[in-house]
Design a binder for this molecule. Structure first.
Ligand SMILES: Nc1ncnc2c1ncn2[C@@H]1O[C@H](COP(=O)(O)OP(=O)(O)OP(=O)(O)O)[C@@H](O)[C@H]1O
Length: 225
């Protein structure tokens, strides 16, 4: 589904990532951990075509990233839902309008999607907050809204960058439960997180592989986590 082969990446100076090979198989669940600044967000960006590798290859849905044109990248973005570390919303639009934005941009008929949208809002527990404006949301509501927006195009893969970054333990468990449920529905999930307690909590719920980036390379973390 997403395959990295001997990937390296540099923002201009020394290589940040070196010789990284990884396969995200359909339906798999991965955590990506590592120190701050180790390259977790960068690795995710390489997985959805926001960055091109400086060495090695990234293949997404069977197509090498380097051969993709703008239309291919747009197609890829519909199939890969990204929950960004800092979710940005348009403050003058309601929450439901923000979440529906990707549908509008891709020219979908919103009236035909209304039921899906309502179900999605309810599923993330924001049914009653649909008409709220982004500045009125709590941290946990923003994180769930970011997840809903990543899901609106029904992606097959979900890449979530610190999806529980600014929320308390109870809310992080709720977000984790949503991501585990998505995985049970067959979606491929990768979560970047510093939160080792979250990873431990997930172990009883889902068969997850834990990856760790350190010193530019990727290792599978041991059972001591
Ligand atoms: N656009 C950029 N230009 C130059 N350097 C960058 C850029 N984006 C990130 N970096 C640097 O690359 C390194 C890795 O950043 P990245 O955000 O991928 O790390 P991370 O592991 O996700 O960090 P954190 O856990 O703090 O979010 C950092 O040193 C960062 O300063």
């Amino acid at each position: 589904m997403i395959e990295l082969d001997s990937l390296s990446y540099s923002y201009g100076g020394d290589a940040l990532l070196r010789g990284i090979s990884l396969q995200l198989a359909p339906g798999s669940f991965h955590f990506l951990t590592g120190p701050s600044g180790s390259g977790k967000t960068t690795l995710m960006k390489l997985c959805y075509g926001a960055l091109q590798p400086t060495g090695g290859t990234v293949t997404v849905f069977g197509q090498p990233l380097e051969e993709m044109n703008r239309d291919d990248i747009a197609w890829l973005r519909r199939r890969v839902g990204v929950v960004h570390q800092e979710a940005h919303f348009l403050d003058h639009m309601t929450l439901v309008e923000n979440i529906a934005l990707p549908l509008m941009v891709s020219g979908r008929d919103l009236s035909a999607e209304a039921r899906n949208l309502k179900e999605l809002m309810a599923w993330v527990g924001l049914g009653a907050r649909s008409r709220a404006y982004p500045p009125e949301l709590s941290g946990g509501e923003r994180q769930r809204a970011a997840l809903a927006r990543a899901l609106i195009m029904s992606p097959e893969v979900i890449l979530a960058d610190e999806p529980t970054g600014n929320v308390d333990w109870e809310m992080s468990q709720r977000l984790l439960a949503l991501l585990v449920e998505l995985n049970r529905m067959g979606k491929t999930v990768l979560i970047a997180t510093h939160d080792l307690a979250l990873i431990r909590a997930a172990k009883s719920r889902v068969q997850a592989r834990v990856l760790r980036i350190a010193g530019g390379t990727l290792q599978y973390a041991g059972a001591d986590l």
